[in-house]
Design a protein. Structure first.
Length: 148
């Protein structure tokens, strides 16, 4: 079974608003999902956050168009009352990240990708920045033995 990656707001924003210098790594991560190497997920909260920010920076149509494409690539996970209860009681310094974490935990994600790893100090799920995750994949890859 393919490993499951949960994408936090900031990684998706890197792509949606072409945020440099982070865009290249974020696109590489999305390519891993698009090519079927990993399964990608995010939450309904991320969708509303992305829309809000992108609409302010561009316009409604551009924001909705991006979200339509994103929805085809990532599975969108619901945030329910139990997740909110756990997030409120968690002691996370950032409530939004607590919601993302408990959504990822409830749906048994293998990794959380964010550029704010410090907000996930209490996570039992491995948390990486896009660059850290891509470097970790390079380490896990078998060495190239060349032609025999």
């Amino acid at each position: 079974m393919k490993e499951k990656i949960f994408f936090d707001n900031d990684v998706i924003l890197d792509v949606s608003i072409n945020r440099k210098p982070f865009l290249t790594d974020a696109v590489r991560l999305f390519n891993l999902v698009e090519t079927g190497k990993y399964r990608g997920y995010t939450s309904t909260v991320v969708f509303t956050n992305i829309y809000y920010i992108q609409r302010k920076l561009t316009n409604h149509n551009t924001a909705v168009d991006f979200l339509r494409k994103l929805r085809l690539l990532l599975t969108v996970l619901n945030v329910d009352d139990l997740i909110l209860q756990k997030a409120l009681a968690s002691g996370f310094s950032d409530f939004e990240d607590a919601v993302q974490y408990f959504t990822a935990l409830q749906h048994k994600m293998d990794y959380i990708l964010t550029r704010n790893t410090g907000d996930y100090k209490k996570s039992t799920i491995p948390v990486y920045t896009p660059l850290e995750f891509l470097k970790m994949l390079e380490i896990k890859k078998p060495p190239d033995r060349g032609k025999l």
